[in-house]
Design a protein around this ligand. Structure first.
Ligand code: SPV
Ligand code: MG
Length: 561
């Protein structure tokens, strides 16, 4: 196959190095030995679709961009309005855009400014046609007037002299065949435009067969890359273009036309049926829309750049106990290290805390402490775990109670909104209470449940902003009668403000002093604070969390995560 770059020098198209800039990519598509294809787009979304499909470049069609704006292809959209569309398209994609620059929007002077602006917006190339401003689409009418060849050559020179990017491509579009001026005139003009500096020639035809295009190509003999738009001679096999040494095929308007058909059909159906039912499966899902515009990237960026709510909080995770109710399962591992669908429970808990913005995390270990070895997590040890309870474990982390903190049992998992709402609570001490403990939980009576009694039952009235207070919480061994009608179950998650943390630390000291620390659980500590007159807020939730006390919980957790 003859080289397409330069029939005179025979310089080979560059193939060894991957092109980098978008302009270099377009230049490469024009100059390489293989036939290249670019596809029409008319806005950011369609440009993304073109890239997604795997095309080497985008044709920013004048007809399609105009139609998408609801105007005619007669320069009714101003060139700066087109420029705005192009900017969205370029930002949305990584492949080069060849823009349909119509006539260049005026004379040489307008072309100069156009090319400067296109380079600034990261557009790889422009195609200008040898007609007069305001232009008319080539498929409308017969014998449209052509620009004077010398004057149009001046537009090309001016454009090439104005490009700030050395690789920017300017394609000259020859309309002589369409306007009925014949093959000789088409070749004469193509030669003149090439001599004026055009990087390629677009030879346009509105015939239903490719005869005149192929004849032109034969005469042209590879003097510069040839570009074609087979909209009207669409039935010609693509191999005929390959054999004719065409460089670039533009599929010029098919996304706009596909969108028009689909939008008409969808609107008509919804209008007729007054329902979305039959349409829903036929259109892209909302999720697909989120995906193509990169919603996931924004979520990742938010996690990276927004100050997380939990950033000021330390976390203390109480993970010292074995979980004896799990029997042989915890012979070699504490229950917090049991596998929940491929990940230890504690790892999932740490991840959930991290996603809430907490990065200073302490884990109090005890049983089989050597199995708990986590990167980026402080480990503190309650070596007396067998004879002590949660309060003593918390006391091992007392030094960390030097500011706002989240306390968590080591055997729970919860959805992110629970932690988010807890972090937003304004009280000094706030505990999370599941109001649904009785409704769905017939096993509640058999389980070790930290029942609580609150100032008000859960009503579901989310507009009620009056805080709910914890009146009492059932401590280990206490009879359920002690707390009256329970309002819910403490899930094992507490928020402490700096003052709250200070109160807890003092209470732990008091418990150590009066000898009650070693046997106390967390509820005992909370009850002491209540008895002292401290207000503890209860944040009601309804499910969306789990704990792992026994094999039944474990199975449930494994199914849920
Ligand atoms: C366009 O897509 O706007 C073109 C190509 O200029 S054509 O409509 O075939 O003239
Ligand atoms: Mg056009």
């Amino acid at each position: 196959m003859a080289t397409k770059l330069d029939g005179v020098t025979g310089v080979e198209a560059p193939t060894a190095e991957a092109p980098r800039s978008k302009a270099q990519m377009l230049k490469h598509a024009l100059e390489k030995a293989e036939l290249a294809f670019i596809m029409e787009a008319h806005n950011g979304l369609s440009a993304k679709v073109v890239e997604e499909a795997g095309f080497e470049g985008i044709w920013a069609s004048g007809l399609s961009m105009s139609a998408a704006l609801g105007v005619r292809d007669n320069n009714e959209a101003s060139w700066t309005q087109v420029l705005e569309q192009l900017e969205f398209m370029a930002d949305a994609t990584t492949i080069p855009i060849l823009v349909d620059g119509d006539t260049g929007y005026g004379n040489f002077n307008n072309v100069r400014r156009l090319v400067k602006k296109l380079c600034q917006r990261g557009i790889a190339g422009v195609c200008i046609e040898d007609k007069l401003f305001p232009k008319t689409n080539s498929f409308i009418g017969e014998g449209q007037p052509l620009a004077d060849m010398e004057e149009f050559s001046g537009r090309i020179k001016a454009g090439k002299d104005s490009q700030d990017d050395a690789d920017f491509q300017l394609i000259a579009r020859v309309e002589a065949l369409i306007s009925g001026w014949g093959m000789d005139e088409a070749l004469r003009r193509a030669e003149a435009y090439h001599a004026a500096g055009a990087d390629g020639i677009l030879i346009h035809s509105k015939k239903a067969d490719a005869d005149e295009i192929l004849a032109f190509s034969k005469e042209w003999a590879g003097r510069a890359p040839l570009v074609i738009v087979p909209t009207m001679y669409y039935a010609t096999p693509t191999d005929a273009f390959r054999q004719a040494d065409i460089s670039l095929v533009i599929w010029a308007n098919h996304n706009l036309r596909a969108a028009l058909s689909a939008m008409r059909d969808t609107s008509r159906r919804i209008m007729e049926e007054q329902s979305l039912t039959s349409v829903e499966g036929a259109v892209a899902s909302v999720k697909e829309v989120f995906n193509i515009v990169g919603q996931g990237e924004l979520a990742a960026a938010e996690a990276r750049y927004l100050k997380p709510k939990g950033g000021d909080f330390k976390a203390i995770v109480l993970a010292a106990s074995r979980g004896a109710a799990l029997g042989p399962l915890t012979e070699r591992l504490p229950k917090c290290m049991l596998d929940i669908r491929g990940q230890p429970l504690l790892h999932r808990l740490i991840t959930a805390l991290g996603e809430g913005g907490l990065s200073d995390i302490s884990v109090v270990r005890g049983y089989k402490k050597e199995t708990i070895d986590l990167a980026k997590v402080r480990t503190l040890d309650n070596d007396n775990f067998a004879d002590t309870g949660e309060a003593a474990s918390l006391a091992c982390a007392a030094e960390q109670l030097d500011g706002p903190a989240i306390l968590s049992y080591g055997d729970i998992l919860f959805r992110s909104h629970i932690l988010e709402n807890l972090l937003a609570a304004e009280s000094d001490i706030c505990v999370v209470v599941d109001a649904r403990w009785r409704g769905g939980e017939s096993r509640a009576a058999e389980r070790t449940v930290d029942l609580v009694q609150c100032s008000r039952p859960f009503t579901g009235d989310y507009l009620d902003e009056e805080p709910v207070l914890l009146n009492a919480i059932l401590s280990g061994g206490d009879s359920a009668d002690n707390i009256g009608e329970p309002s819910g179950e403490f899930i094992g998650l507490i928020k402490l403000s700096a003052r709250g943390a200070e109160l807890v630390r003092r209470e732990l000291d008091g418990m150590a002093a009066d000898g009650s620390l070693n046997k106390a659980d967390l509820p005992a500590l909370l009850n002491r604070l209540i008895a002292r007159g401290e207000q503890i807020e209860a944040l009601y939730v309804t499910g969306h969390w789990l704990d792992v006390d026994d094999a039944f919980d474990l199975a449930k957790a494994r199914n849920l995560v």
